[in-house]
Write a protein that binds this ligand. Structure first.
Ligand code: KIV
Ligand code: ZN
Length: 513
């Protein structure tokens, strides 16, 4: 009873972050890394949302062995059939059914009475149970529900066979002491609560998701629903790293453990950020760039004298190592393969050959190849969607007094086409020319440049966010030349838009929970 079940929903609630949709290869990669991290359960997606979601959940279910793979469903037979269809081949499948229980949701959204909600929950938990023993029931907007009614619904769901009952703070409204009291109340007043695991699922609208989750665990909940980097709907979900490291660091206070291999936290945080394009704020707890940096002289002095004067955790515990092995142009295939394995990537021979070639090209331009550079290569070469457009050649002219001009050669479905154009600057010229050649109607919503690592020869990493007909795609590109990185990112974004048009993996807004 002192072990907390870590239920990760990065692939489902996390993917509901605006513009964060991931392709199947990216989801599979994240799922593999989540398994390595040691989560107990992962919510792989919402199969009824789209064909793409169904496929992704199915592939994850077939691949992952040591984690309960969960599929989300509304309380309808169609949704539950799809959820089951997607996870039936999983080693450890779970169906997660949800229905709102707050008066405001029942009256305005569901247009159902309390009795109807109880009846539907019972019927649909029972239906899910006809497929599988492991069924979770969530009372959406639970924290704003009438407490006695919530206990009644949970009791009925448990009677119908739910093995986990989850209490979400769907809109991030709860306060920690109040949420803790609610959990205690539910434990005391729900019939047969001992037959199910009580879970918490908090959103971060008031910045209290982690505090509420910990308050819930302290009050007796034993499953925490979390996402990597806290990504998720609106202000996000409770972040996995904060809960896990909170329990780890303050074991003296809570006396609770998890099965998480904390050394995998930082690599996974980087991967999620890279795949979703959602940058981790520098001052983010645990995984932010400044989380272990000491700026003030007094602090630096203290840490040098005794680390624990100003540090409550060791950077190595979350997988941040100060003496990382750096690769360079003399590194061979074996060292490269070892490094990839260290970073958690298990590639096929063909993928390894392809990546090694790109690594050599980069090593010719850049003296030291850091982990971040390798992750960027992975994102560009391995996790990418099939390309319709490829950047074959780019030449830009800029500078004071010159009209910024770009000459571009693109391979479009294998055929090389060439054009030139102008812009207000060299990046604008390159984008205008590419847009003209592809005849895209997409709008550039966001453009950002980051340095992947430190140093004068650092690679630039460009992220673009493109929108067309309600679809939003993220494009990423990296290169030691930021104009080339920008063009690569733009072409990558256009490829992802094309992919989304033909693979309906984007969820229509109205059915995302
Ligand atoms: O926030 C929420 O209520 C949810 C449920 C589907 C669990 O994500
Ligand atoms: Zn949620």
């Amino acid at each position: 009873m002192d072990q907390v079940i870590i239920f990760d929903t990065t692939l489902r609630d996390g993917e509901q972050s605006p513009g964060a949709s991931m392709n199947v290869a990216e989801k599979l990669r994240l799922a593999t890394q989540l398994e390595r991290l040691g989560v107990d359960a992962m919510e792989a997606g919402f199969p009824a949302a789209s064909k793409g979601d169904f496929e992704a959940v199915k592939l994850i279910a077939e691949k992952i062995q040591n984690v309960q793979v969960t599929a989300l469903a509304r309380t309808s037979k169609e949704d539950i059939d799809l959820a089951w269809g997607a996870i039936k081949d999983a080693a450890q499948p779970r169906i997660h059914v949800f229905l709102a229980t707050s008066d405001i949701h029942m009256k305005h959204k569901l247009k159902m009475s309390r009795d109807q909600v109880v009846e539907t929950a019972v019927e649909m938990v029972g239906y899910a149970k006809s497929f599988i023993g492991n069924v979770e029931f969530s009372a959406e907007d639970g924290s704003r529900s009438d407490w006695d009614f919530l206990c009644r619904v949970f009791g009925a769901a448990i009677e119908a066979g739910a093995t986990t009952v989850n209490l979400p703070d769907t809109v991030g409204y709860a306060m920690p002491d109040e949420f803790g009291q609610l959990i205690s109340y539910v434990r005391q007043h729900t019939p047969n609560i001992h037959r199910a695991v009580l879970s918490v699922h908090c959103h971060n609208d008031l910045g209290l998701a982690t505090a509420n989750t910990l308050a819930g665990l302290r009050a007796g909940a034993r499953q925490a629903e979390v996402t990597i980097n806290g990504i998720g709907e609106r202000a996000g979900n409770t972040s996995l790293e904060e809960v896990v490291m909170g329990l780890y660091t303050r074991k003296d206070h809570m006396d609770l453990t998890t099965s998480i291999n904390t050394k995998e936290i930082f690599p996974l945080s980087r991967l999620v950020s890279m795949v979703t394009g959602i940058v981790v704020q520098p001052n983010k707890a645990i995984v932010g760039a400044n989380a272990f940096a000491h700026e003030a002289g007094i602090h630096q002095d203290g840490v040098l004298k005794h680390r624990m004067t100003y540090e409550i955790m060791e950077a190595q515990t979350i997988g941040l190592s100060s003496n990382r092995l750096v690769l360079g142009k003399h590194s061979g295939r074996h060292a490269f393969k070892n490094k990839l394995e260290d970073l958690g990537y298990d590639l096929t021979r063909e993928e390894l050959n392809r990546l090694f070639e790109k690594f050599k090209e980069l090593a010719d331009k850049k003296k030291e190849i850091l982990d971040e550079d390798i992750e960027a290569l992975m994102a560009e070469e391995i996790l990418r969607v099939p390309d319709v457009y490829q950047l074959d050649y780019l030449n830009v002219v800029g500078g004071t007094g010159a009209v910024p001009t770009a000459t571009v050669k693109l391979k479009i479905k294998g055929e090389v086409v060439q054009s030139a154009g102008f812009g207000v600057g060299p990046i604008d010229a390159a984008f205008n020319t590419i847009a003209k050649m592809i005849e895209t109607r997409s709008k550039l919503l966001r453009f950002s440049v980051n340095s992947i690592s430190g140093g004068m020869d650092a690679q630039g990493e460009v992220t673009v966010r493109l929108q067309e007909n309600g679809l939003i795609a993220l494009g990423k590109g990296s290169d030691s030349d930021i104009i080339t990185a920008s063009a690569k990112a733009y072409v990558n974004g256009l490829n992802r838009l094309e992919y989304m048009k033909t693979n309906p993996s984007v969820k229509p807004e109205e059915i995302t929970p």
